[in-house]
Write a protein that binds this ligand. Sequence first.
Ligand SMILES: Nc1nc2c(c(=O)[nH]1)N[C@H]1C(S)=C(S)[C@@H](COP(=O)(O)OP(=O)(O)OC[C@H]3O[C@@H](n4cnc5c(=O)[nH]c(N)nc54)[C@H](O)[C@@H]3O)O[C@H]1N2
Ligand SMILES: Nc1nc2c(c(=O)[nH]1)N[C@H]1C(S)=C(S)[C@@H](COP(=O)(O)OP(=O)(O)OC[C@H]3O[C@@H](n4cnc5c(=O)[nH]c(N)nc54)[C@H](O)[C@@H]3O)O[C@H]1N2
Ligand SMILES: [Mo]
Length: 761
Amino acid sequence: MAEDEIPGIRRYSAPAGGWGALRATAKAVREQMEAAEAALTLLRTNKPDGFDCPGCAWPDKKHTSTFQFCENGAKAVTWEATRKRVPPPFFAAHTVTSLLGWSDYQLEDQGRLTHPMAYNAANDRYEAIGWDEAFARIGGVLRGLGDPGSVEFYTSGRASNEAAFLYQIFAREFGCNNFPDCSNMCHEPTSVGLPQSIGIGKGTVSLDDFDHCELLIAMGHNPGTNHPRMMATLHELARRGTPIIVFNPLRERALERFADPQDPLEMATFGATQIASTYLQPRIGGDAAALKGIMKALLEMDRLQGEGSAVLDRAFIAEHAEGFEELAADLRATSWQAIETSAGLPQDDLRKVAAAYARSNATIVTYGMGMTQHRTGTANVHQMVNLLLLRGNFGKPGAGICPLRGHSNVQGDRTVGITEKPAADMLARIERTFGFVPPSAHGHDAVAAMQAIVAGTSKALICLGGNLAVALPDPEACFPAMRRLELTVHIGTKLNRTHLLTGKNAFILPCLGRTERDMQETGPQSVTVEDSMSMVHASRGKLTPASEALKSEPAIIAGMAAATLPASRVPWTALIADYDRIRDAIESVFPDFTNFNERIRVPGGFRLPLPPTERIWKTPTGKAQFIKFGGLEEDPVFTDPTILKLATLRSHDQYNTTIYGMDDRYRGVFGRRDVLFMNSDDLARLGIEEGDEVRVETALGQGQERCLRNVVAVAYEIARGSVATYYPEGNCLVPLDYIDPASGTPSYKSVPVHVFRATPR
Ligand SMILES: Nc1nc2c(c(=O)[nH]1)N[C@H]1C(S)=C(S)[C@@H](COP(=O)(O)OP(=O)(O)OC[C@H]3O[C@@H](n4cnc5c(=O)[nH]c(N)nc54)[C@H](O)[C@@H]3O)O[C@H]1N2
Ligand SMILES: Nc1nc2c(c(=O)[nH]1)N[C@H]1C(S)=C(S)[C@@H](COP(=O)(O)OP(=O)(O)OC[C@H]3O[C@@H](n4cnc5c(=O)[nH]c(N)nc54)[C@H](O)[C@@H]3O)O[C@H]1N2
Ligand SMILES: [Mo]
């Protein structure tokens, strides 16, 4: 079938970025905002006195640089600062049941929520309610539940440090550690795996390190879409001639060729820069094997070079690391043939990567969801660290590990206490600061929280942002369970499907977004966020709030807490009057925030301590750990050759469950999302033609049929045996318990499936 015969499927031959990005930005502005206001708003993004971009967690050059253009940052900002509104008459006109029939895109595109709303089951509608009455009713239900452990406190990673801190204090004074958060679906393997390897669950590089790095290995992330400001860094590296080796089963255009909208010459000449110097396409779930192959090759090179070889940093290993001998023995015992089969890459390619790595004196490994959202996500993180440790790539300029975090403050939320497994010293300091005894029993992460909701043991769900039921796997189990809850409370900016899965008592509490002015008793307030390089800085919105009835996230949390806990030891009202007081309390609980208020007044903020950058390892033995990966396979091995591995991905026009538009420009998909990307050999092998309608079925044989229908097969440059579709549509194929046991993160990127042709011949 000729390619233009499939509606909306066109090959995209241009580089990423460039004029296409400028056109897409203009479209986002046109559809959501007044042009003049949009221009002013975008210019305030990531400025010393402006607000932090809600788009991603990639740092900005000290938050002091000139305006950095970013298409998807602009989409995130204009989507929040839209002129569209969802006022009470909207809810009067539509029952919740009818709204459930709308698409995710339609729901959010209605605009900003304007008033607190309470669900009325008698007429199946959300109705406006006063703030105080909402708080009182929520408090009443929570107090009436009896068991504090039956309440789930979800956090999505846009929440500021101040909001997240107050939220965890509220939950802990209430009496539980149930903190499902979006990180559990995202970088939890980083938060679990990195401490085991290097003693801290955060990336170790700073933006400056990219100026000194001699080799970058980029694994399983798609920065052209998800971390667009990183493209400027990659562009710079490529121009400087620094090799960039990509591991991604799909060809992602921005990792191949990019035209920097910041570069006048490139723009004027329609030029572009080649980004990846080497682009390897392992099969989905083949990275652990590939990393083992590279390390095996390195050991072989080291042996060949004999005495005096500089392939491994022997001095570093001896002084700083443990477990090398076990790792080396395991690598020696692993055959090249098995590595090639598991990785889906030839030995030769892996040896070349090893050679390039051995030449580099400073290497950075960057990674994203393609590495973490697997059954072995945590073990995958260990393997990337192993590779870096072999040549001492920690604690020197230009080297280290760089997880690309998701939500703009997901890292900060964890830093200020959103964790279901609280450390004893944090609990002790909470007690000292506020005078109540916080619970120490571990609570639920995201999957465990939903499992408790499905089992009926959890009775209430409070969500600080996000769209939990849609973000989690297995809507068939989750959606009906949500309706059985006693209480659902959503603090959000825009209407989404989870808000419509109403419990017996259901509330939507609309909050200010980051772009908006937050006025409290002592004047306009700033909040703080931490980016993926551990830089903490202030964010201050300037826009007039979308509605006079909105409250800030901290104010909503304080209101709920005060109404729930009449004998609270926390001075909720005083804390809200001046956020400096919240920051003083944060400093009192978390010593790393010394002089917090003073330090965020410096443009660019400050960096939290990162011991590995000084070669200090806060592991139990005080050494960095080599942790071997037993075997080669990330997933169960199937003998049935018709089973393929499915990854669920973001399109270029979406922010997680927020769908901005129906295009995925760089992958050549326009006006639709119902596609399954397939390798043409697999198409031929399975008797499917491009453009055929197909049915995707989960092949785990758990007795339950999981099926995605009405998707169209599209030929794509994707590794053989691997297929991909969009998130969240693909979530119906992922069982709720198909997780990395070490971290609890769902294996969204590797589900065994069968694909059947549905188009009759
Ligand atoms: N515009 C925009 N920005 C965002 C987001 C958004 O949705 N939109 N989401 C934010 C959030 S919360 C997050 S977590 C990040 C997500 O950012 P990314 O980590 O880039 O997220 P994904 O789109 O899920 O896919 C990652 C890549 O993994 C690859 N991949 C899939 N399976 C494998 C595998 O087995 N091995 C390897 N090596 N690669 C694989 C896919 O081809 C894809 O290119 O972005 C953040 N920023
Ligand atoms: N199949 C599959 N599933 C996945 C993934 C995948 O790759 N594949 N990725 C996972 C990942 S990495 C993540 S992080 C999760 C995301 O899970 P979530 O964080 O729960 O989801 P989002 O779509 O980011 O949440 C969108 C909603 O946040 C609210 N919101 C936006 N801005 C604000 C704000 O400033 N304040 C408040 N209070 N609310 C706000 C709006 O109401 C909006 O509807 O999904 C996970 N699910
Ligand atoms: Mo994420």
